[in-house]
Write a protein that binds this ligand. Structure first.
Ligand code: 6AU
Length: 265
């Protein structure tokens, strides 16, 4: 089976419009890379996206980590122009009512994010709170719950993986989960629990593997996809490289290789 057939099969298993859109983006961009745009400013982010957009399928943001030397609306416009869905990595964790407000006030995340990350620690009402905010904004949006983490010693993987997936599996708005990209065996275990109807997106990805700063751990993009991830989230490996476009291209090719290996494995 080719990588294309393997990804088309994944698209057919999705039911949420945002899940379908993400997988269609993988097909059209021939890349399962989500760019984690953790650069210092909006200008830097736009410059980075301009360089690497042919080899990425989506952009993940930390809107609250940007120096305001430009308008956030320019980042949104840039992603829209390149056909890139945006996932805001807000890691919502509060009660449902406050998460709802956090989506609509401040950065007005519901107004532009196609997906957001959230912890399951506060219980299932957080998902309704986030979903209702998109309804108010008149937009489709999908929640990605943290079922594992890539950081050393995290408690999510120790205690919460099964309960989080149990919570997310009964909720239409949950399009998928964050998995631990540094550990292919952990990804394979997560895939077994999740099944095929939801996505697994994995940060903690660097072609060189090894450990990153402040407890971050890395695995390779092809191994993560082969183990069961649908898309890999890559930040510093791309934006710190001397040639970000070349690195993005290399990572994109590795993800397709991962799909082929999974199909033949
Ligand atoms: O590729 P990096 O290490 O430069 O960046 C990884 C990105 C960062 C983290 O906030 C995020 O991925 N992340 C997440 C997410 C996406 O939720 C979870 C996690 O366990 N580890 C992780 O690094 O923007």
């Amino acid at each position: 089976m080719t990588w294309e057939k393997a990804v088309e099969a994944r698209r057919d298993e999705m039911s949420h419009p945002v899940g379908i859109r993400l997988i269609e983006s993988v097909l059209s961009k021939q890349s399962a890379v989500i760019l984690s745009g953790d650069v210092p400013s909006t200008k830097d982010l736009i410059y980075l996206i301009e360089q690497v957009h042919p080899w990425i399928a989506a952009v993940k943001t930390h809107v609250d980590c940007m120096d305001g030397d430009g308008e956030w609306s320019e980042v949104i416009a840039c992603c829209q122009e390149k056909g890139l869905p945006i996932m805001e990595d807000r890691k919502f964790a509060d009660i449902g009512a406050i998460s709802h407000h956090q989506m609509l006030k401040g950065w007005n995340i519901a107004g532009w994010a196609d997906a957001v990350t959230a912890h399951g620690i506060s219980g299932p009402d957080i998902i309704d709170g986030l979903q209702d905010a998109w309804t108010v904004a008149g937009r489709d949006g999908g929640v990605v719950l943290l079922a594992q983490m890539s950081s050393r010693g995290n408690l999510v993987e120790k205690r919460l993986t099964e309960p989080v997936v149990e919570m997310g599996s009964v909720h239409e708005s949950v399009i998928g989960y964050i998995g631990n990209g540094s550990d292919p065996q952990a990804i394979a275990r997560l895939r077994e629990i999740v099944g095929d109807s939801q996505l697994i997106l994995t940060p903690g990805i660097h072609p060189d593997g090894g450990d990153g700063k402040r407890g971050q751990r890395y695995g390779s993009p092809d191994a993560a996809i082969e183990a069961g991830a649908d898309m890999v989230i890559i930040g510093s490996a791309i934006y710190k490289d001397a040639q970000p476009a070349e690195m993005a291209k290399k990572c994109a090719a590795a993800t397709l290789n991962g799909f082929e290996r999974r199909a033949h494995g």
